[in-house]
Design a protein around this ligand. Structure first.
Ligand code: SAM
Length: 321
């Protein structure tokens, strides 16, 4: 089996693969202005253009050429803080084709899928390219992120967003048009990680199993409990993966001011569920859990995929008695 890590080292400057720019603000870069109430405005710097808000206007030319991290006063006295947007700020403000993976979940994916420098990663679909930016950051210039998207208009949005963030073509990025279920087997790719953010990830389990190297990790990002159940059961029924691990992450801001130290009033209640599983070596199956399924778990009302050792008829008899 061939090692998927490229042996040639691309000669590229860190700016092309980190998405972090230093020095004075330049034409074509994005800036993020924050007013005194915490309202944020993100826009591209264009020579001769004006930024308008309900607090007057600011000339782009007054921002271009300055080092980020300053405050500026608008035409009617509004004060704004000026920085380049961080990756986590850019992805929630960039133009969207499809819903994006939020930064809290992108961080979980990078950590729990163990995305490493030099990794070869497949993701589908690319949507607006938010997760792509985090994956590219994590694999670095010597890795490879292959992003499949079946809708051309979304691929176009993602291309613009990712290129805008990195300030050019990222050397590790390979954006491809196609449906993962057919395109991945046809490509013959062997990869370290596969990240699925799509409506029906269970349809891709066979394709993912064939593409993942032994020990490789699949991650699915799904919005609903029904999707979560179908994906987990399909992975279990496949047999060539370890027991799927489902979870979600909840993040709560805190208000800290003198003696008023309490959780924030608002939080994002739900984004999506995550599931990971590891690919076994060819022909190997993971030992089944010793624990019996909860009563009724695979009873007469359950119609989804079943693990091979739980035949429907036996269970129906058991739960009927
Ligand atoms: C929620 S969006 C992905 C968002 C993206 N991860 C981001 O962070 O911006 C889901 C995308 O998956 C695409 N999609 C769904 N099924 C697919 C498949 N089988 N192969 C390729 N793309 C697919 C859809 O067209 C859509 O653009």
């Amino acid at each position: 089996m061939t090692d998927p890590t490229p042996s040639t080292v691309p000669d590229v400057s860190p700016q092309a693969w980190a998405g972090v720019h230093r020095g004075p603000l330049r034409i074509g870069e994005w800036v993020r202005l924050t007013d005194q109430k915490g309202r944020r405005h993100n826009f591209e710097l264009v020579a001769g253009k004006r930024f308008f808000s309900n607090r007057g206007h600011i000339e782009h030319d007054d921002l271009i050429g300055r080092e980020e991290g300053f405050s500026i006063t608008s035409s009617v006295g509004g004060e704004y803080l000026v920085f380049r947007p961080l990756l986590s700020e850019f992805v929630v403000s960039m133009p969207r084709g499809a819903a994006v993976v939020y930064p809290k979940d992108a961080a979980q994916i990078v950590a729990m899928a163990d995305i490493f420098p030099g990794a070869k990663v497949v993701e589908a679909g690319v949507g607006s390219g938010a997760l792509t930016c985090s994956l590219l950051r994590a694999v670095g210039p010597y890795g490879n992120v292959i992003s499949w998207e079946r809708r051309e208009e979304f691929a176009d949005v993602a291309r613009k967003n990712v290129t805008q963030f990195f300030g050019g073509q990222h050397p590790a990025w390979d954006l491809r048009l196609g449906d993962l279920q057919e395109a991945l087997p046809a490509s013959g790719e062997r990869v370290d990680r596969v990240i699925l953010d799509m409506l029906a990830p269970w349809e891709c389990v066979d394709a993912v199993a064939d593409a993942l190297l032994p020990g490789g990790i699949v991650v699915a990002y799904v919005a609903t409990t029904t999707q979560l159940s179908r994906f987990v059961e399909t992975v279990r029924a496949h047999g060539g993966f370890t027991e799927p691990q489902p979870w979600e992450s909840l993040v709560r801001d805190w208000h800290v001011e003198g003696l008023a130290v309490r959780p924030g009033h608002k939080m994002i209640g739900h984004t999506a569920f995550l599931v990971t599983a590891r690919r076994m070596a060819p022909g190997e199956t993971a030992p089944r859990k010793k624990r019996r399924p909860a009563p009724g778990a695979y009873g007469v009302d359950y119609t989804g995929p079943r693990p091979a050792d739980i035949p429907p008829v036996v269970l129906e008899e058991k739960f009927d008695s």
